[in-house]
Write a protein that binds this ligand. Structure first.
Ligand code: ZN
Ligand code: ZN
Length: 198
């Protein structure tokens, strides 16, 4: 939380709210401290880390609601560097597009795709193990890729519900959040609100 000033008691946290500050210096990798690239095909690239930092720091001027300016060092999560090849809106790091869903006919869910490449901030071993990363997004899988079909998504959703029921049955003291989180991974976001799920 930002320092609270007597003259700006309700000031929003500048690390959470965008639009009330302007950057006045280079963005630096939060791991290596070096400036990331700002142009070319890969803006945001950290050369020593050979990847895109998950987070960066940047000096900025925050303008508080009262009109006062304050010089701060912001820490922010890095947005995906790439644009959707179909609609040109920013992609997410998993290669998804929240705007067109990777389809020229987005109203038809059966045509949805991940239009971009997937970048992961974790390490995947040869045998498919997922290990914690070192703070950089790196190329993981070429796009475009299909999304799960509705049947696949519903099957995954049913598996999650089963896992949740199993966890609940064991009682709250034995309910590890990780069990639910792991089951949650492969499910596309939209399956949490399809019409008619029960
Ligand atoms: Zn770095
Ligand atoms: Zn798009």
């Amino acid at each position: 939380m930002a320092r609270t000033r007597r003259d700006a008691p309700e000031a929003p946290d500048p690390t959470v709210h965008s639009g009330n500050y302007r950057e006045i210096g280079p963005r630096r990798c939060s791991v290596h401290g070096v400036s990331v690239t700002t142009d070319g095909e890969a803006p945001g690239w950290c050369t020593p880390g050979a990847g895109f930092p998950v987070a960066y720091t940047v000096p900025a001027i925050v303008t508080w609601p009262g009109g006062q300016d304050q010089r701060v060092l912001l820490a922010r999560r890095t947005d995906c560097s790439f644009a959707c090849p179909i609609c040109r809106e920013p992609l997410t790091w998993d290669g998804g597009c929240d705007e067109c869903h990777g389809s020229k006919t987005p109203s038809d869910r059966t045509t949805w795709t991940f239009p971009g490449d997937r970048y992961g901030d974790y390490e995947e071993t040869e045998d498919g193990q997922m290990l914690a990363g070192d703070g950089h997004h790196r190329f993981a899988e070429r796009g475009p890729r299909p999304v799960a079909t509705e049947a696949e998504a519903l099957a995954a959703f049913a598996a999650i519900k089963q896992a949740v029921v199993a966890v609940e049955a064991r009682g709250p003291r034995l309910a590890p959040a990780a069990a639910v989180t792991e089951a949650d991974e492969p499910v596309p976001a939209w399956v949490t609100s399809p019409e008619g799920d029960a």
